[in-house]
Structure formats: C-alpha cells, structure tokens
Design a protein around this ligand. Structure first.
Ligand code: MN
Length: 254
C-alpha cells in the first residue's frame, strides 16, 4: 500500500521540516488556524527522514537550508525510499535554478520565503486535492513544473487592499492587456518588446502589494528573461502567460 492510499481527506497529516524557530511557530499556527490538527515538526534532515517514513504524512513542507543536510538531499532520499506524497520545498532562494534543483530532487512545488499567506493555502489545498484524486503515484517534479507553468489559479486580491486601489489595479490591468495584445501582434518590433518589458517590470514591483504571488512570479520570470536576453519565443510564451494571468485576475476580482 502506498503512502497516498492511507490518506484521510478529513484530516491530513502535514510534516513541517524547518529549523528556524520563528518559522516553525508561524507555520504551525497558520496550519492549525486552517483546521489541520495533525501537524508534525522536524528540525533537521535526519529527523525529517525518520518522521516522514514512519508517519507517512499526506504533505511535507521542506525547508531547503537545514543544519545537517540540504532539504533537496532529504527530498531525494525520501523519493528513493518510495515516499510518493507531495513535498513542497520552502526556500528564500528565488533563482530559477534553485527551484529547478528542488524539482529535480523530487519536489512537487517550490514556494519562496517570505511566504505569501494570501495564496499559500490555495496551493497547499491544490497539492492535497491531488492526492485525493490520485489513482497512481503522484506527479513527478517535471509534471509539477509543467502544471505550474500552465496552471492558472485565478488569484484573489488581498483582503486588506482598499476598494479604490483594487479598482485602479483592475482598470490599469485592462489597459495593460490592450497594450500587451498589441505588442504580441508585433512581437518582432523592439519598441513593442520594450513595452512588454516595462509592464513586466511594473507588475514585478506591484503584484506583491496586492497579494498576487502568481502574478509576481511570472512578471519576475519575464523581467529576468529580458535581462538575460532569453530567446524571443521564450519571451513571447511568458508574455502570453502574463496576459492570461492578468485576465484571470480581472475576471476573478471585478
Ligand atoms: Mn532553514
């Protein structure tokens, strides 16, 4: 029997692997508030390995910087031991290659610190739903990455943002969608590409304020694509994702 088959959907066991005391308390408190009653804690990699294999949690949150070994090494060892439930890496490292490293080790997702709790539990619910629905082994890192790339979970603007700011975000968003559509129609034109870059840069700076972590991620990816002189096809693909994301947010919040 695989670990995922022991899942009790009503009260999933969550294992938090984290060595920082403040983060431990914060995460445990947030999970308890969300109604999770079985929250386990491991403070280092060795402890995480033992607890995960013994208790078979339905979800593991894995800090990457641990005192005794890297969280990626723990993930790899868990996967090698047949542990198939979702593992989500938590890290302050925001570079694409850090994320890739965790996904390659077998993580299903990668969440950067500081955690944006406006979207965090949506993502957690997504990973838990996946095991409820899972007939076979869970998605590998690659599938998870592909899903992240196309997965458009419409985001809610954070509750503490004023109605006025929200309205400005939406009307400005509609304007930007027109500009982006125009730019995509003439994607070879350097002037149009510069316009896309400016919009990506702007969203990179502002999305966090509205609690829109997904938008922030894609805007950051696109912005660095321009800085790294990524191939135009890549930039166009990312721009299409940005357009879909902004459209979804407008639809969800107006
Ligand atoms: Mn740490």
């Amino acid at each position: 029997m695989s670990a995922s088959e022991t899942h009790n959907p009503a009260d999933p066991v969550v294992l938090i692997v984290e060595d920082n005391r403040v983060n431990q308390l914060l995460l445990i408190e947030k999970f308890k508030k969300q109604g999770f009653s079985s929250v386990l804690l491991a403070e280092n990699g060795q402890n995480a390995l033992e607890l995960a294999l013994k208790k078979k949690p339905q979800l593991v949150l894995m800090d990457i910087q641990l005192p005794d070994m890297s969280g990626n090494a723990v993930i790899k060892r868990l996967r090698d031991s047949g542990f198939s439930n979702p593992i989500v890496a938590l890290s302050a490292d925001t570079l694409a290659q850090d994320r890739e490293r965790s996904l390659a080790a077998g993580a299903n997702g990668y969440i950067t610190k500081p955690i944006d709790f406006n979207v965090f539990f949506d993502r957690i619910d997504g990973y838990l739903r996946k095991i409820n629905a899972a007939a076979g082994p869970l998605a590998t890192g690659d599938e998870a990455a592909a899903e992240d790339a196309s997965g458009l979970r419409p985001e809610r603007i954070a509750a503490d943002v004023s109605a006025a700011a929200k309205n400005i975000f939406i009307s400005d968003g509609k304007e930007k969608l027109h500009l982006l559509a125009e730019a995509l129609a003439h994607a070879g034109d350097p002037e149009q590409m510069a316009r896309i870059k400016a919009i990506a840069h702007e969203y990179k700076g502002s999305a966090g304020y509205f609690g829109l972590g997904g938008l922030e991620r894609i805007a950051r990816e696109l912005d660095s694509g321009f800085s790294d002189q990524a191939p135009p096809e890549h930039l166009v693909r990312l721009t299409r994702r940005l357009v879909e994301m902004v459209q979804a947010i407008i639809d969800e919040n107006q």
